[in-house]
Design a protein around this ligand. Structure first.
Ligand code: NAP
Length: 307
């Protein structure tokens, strides 16, 4: 059976696309991935999504979107896409041995956390090294923690971790934060948060679990060591586009290149939305907006192709 719209990825972009496509009677299929819901599943309070004056938890927001997409008849597959072929029509998408065919595609695979790539980090992942405070903060009651990064994510993680940790040290490579002023101020003024400026982590030290970090001051070149029980890395993200390499045009950083109507990719009938395209705004609300655009663009394209 050939579907009309197949959506790959289930963050705010994919789910909004699903809601719009389903309400347009396009009976979308969504391959949501093994870790459904995207990055909002790894966040806590979302205070800037319009319509929730008291904030909403990221996972709750995604659950609500998921419910809404299903209510209008989206068929959801909880698997990862393993291969795509967009050189023939209908387009082909594999989930292991299962082949899905669709007249149009919406790519909304989002982005994933970046790592520091220093000795000890990979070995101790899950043993004190994490990129998700919401997932792992609970395990660090009354422990000393470090958060690496200077953006909004680092501020958010550090503030969240103060609920559990005895002390949180923010380690940033420059002498000012990239984060919004309000988030930076909340972190700097927090009694449980210290900041180490101009510094990088050179090594994560520990045998069975993290015990300390070896640091280097970038201005003085001085080395030091800080005793911590955990390190949370919050230094940004990379787009999840490995399966589209050689299939869609990607920019140098791996983001899908889209055209003048924002969601059209280099392959006609394939659209993209959310963090897999957008490395500038990267907000739940902008991703949702783009998901809506992609569904409308796909609908118009299908209409046009049918004529
Ligand atoms: P980001 O804004 O790109 O910040 C990444 C931070 O990590 C920067 O401070 C950067 O340092 C640092 N960094 C990058 N690579 C590094 C490395 N190899 N070693 C050490 N430090 C490194 O990423 P983000 O904080 O994840 O935020 C992404 C987007 O989401 C932003 O638009 C942000 O506003 C938004 N966001 C919003 C909220 C909210 O409003 N509640 C929460 C989270 C995220 P430099 O500053 O020196 O480049």
């Amino acid at each position: 059976m050939t579907h009309k719209v197949l959506i790959i990825g289930s963050g705010p972009a994919g789910l909004t696309a699903a809601i719009y496509a389903a309400r347009a009677d396009l009976e979308p299929v969504m391959i949501e991935g093994m870790q459904r819901g995207g990055q909002l599943m790894l966040t806590t309070d979302v205070e800037n999504y319009p319509g929730f004056p008291n904030g909403i938890l990221g996972p709750d927001l995604m659950e609500a979107m998921h419910e809404q997409a299903e209510r209008f008849g989206t068929q959801i597959v909880t698997q990862d896409v393993t291969k795509v072929d967009f050189s023939t029509t209908p387009f082909q998408v594999w989930v292991g041995d299962d082949l899905y065919e669709s007249e149009s595609i919406i790519v909304s695979t989002g982005a994933s956390a970046r790592w520091l790539d220093v000795p000890g980090e990979d070995r101790l992942r899950g043993f004190g090294v994490s990129a998700c405070a919401t997932c792992d903060g609970f395990f660090f009651r009354e422990k000393r923690l470090a958060v690496v990064g200077g953006g909004d994510s680092a501020m958010e993680e550090a503030i969240f971790l103060t609920k559990f940790a005895s002390k949180v040290t923010l380690i940033h490579r420059r002498d000012e934060f990239r984060a919004s002023k309000i988030m930076a101020r909340r972190a700097i003024e927090h009694p449980k948060i210290d900041v180490i400026w101009d510094t990088t982590v050179e090594e994560v030290v520990g045998d069975q679990a993290v015990t300390s970090l070896r640091l280097r001051n970038l201005k003085t070149d001085a080395e030091s060591e800080i005793d911590v029980d955990g390190m949370f890395v919050a230094i940004g993200h990379d787009p999840n586009t490995s399966i589209f390499q050689g299939v869609l045009d990607l920019d140098e950083a791996g983001y899908v290149i889209t055209g003048s109507n924002r969601t059209a990719t280099s392959v006609e009938g394939v659209f993209a939305a959310g963090d897999v395209v957008d490395h500038v705004y990267r907000q739940a609300v902008t991703a949702a907006g783009m998901g809506c655009e992609a569904a409308i663009d796909a609908e118009r394209w299908l209409d046009h192709a049918a004529r």
